[in-house]
Design a protein around this ligand. Sequence first.
Ligand code: SF4
Ligand code: SF4
Length: 86
Amino acid sequence: MGETVMPEIDASLCLLCGYCVAACPAGALSLSEGGVHLDESLCAYCGDCEAVCPNGAISLPYEVRVQNAKTAGPLGEPPAVPHGPT
Ligand code: SF4
Ligand code: SF4
């Protein structure tokens, strides 16, 4: 399908605390007057924003979490690359 699925931010639950902005390793989140803004081109789907939000205002779609659990190490770790013969 190729559909891009992004973290969903529920503005009605957002407390504007900024925790998610500070936690986002990709710098994809910013706070503005209207609430939290997500730069979709930067988001790495790590789920850190969801984990730190004290009010459940951010949620990653379940499929994304499963995909991350299968393929990703902690963010910042390069993917495992098999070493060739030396
Ligand atoms: S899922 Fe990760 S990269 Fe995307 S906005 Fe949340 S903390 Fe940032
Ligand atoms: S952590 Fe949650 S409540 Fe705090 S600014 Fe981000 S979305 Fe809003």
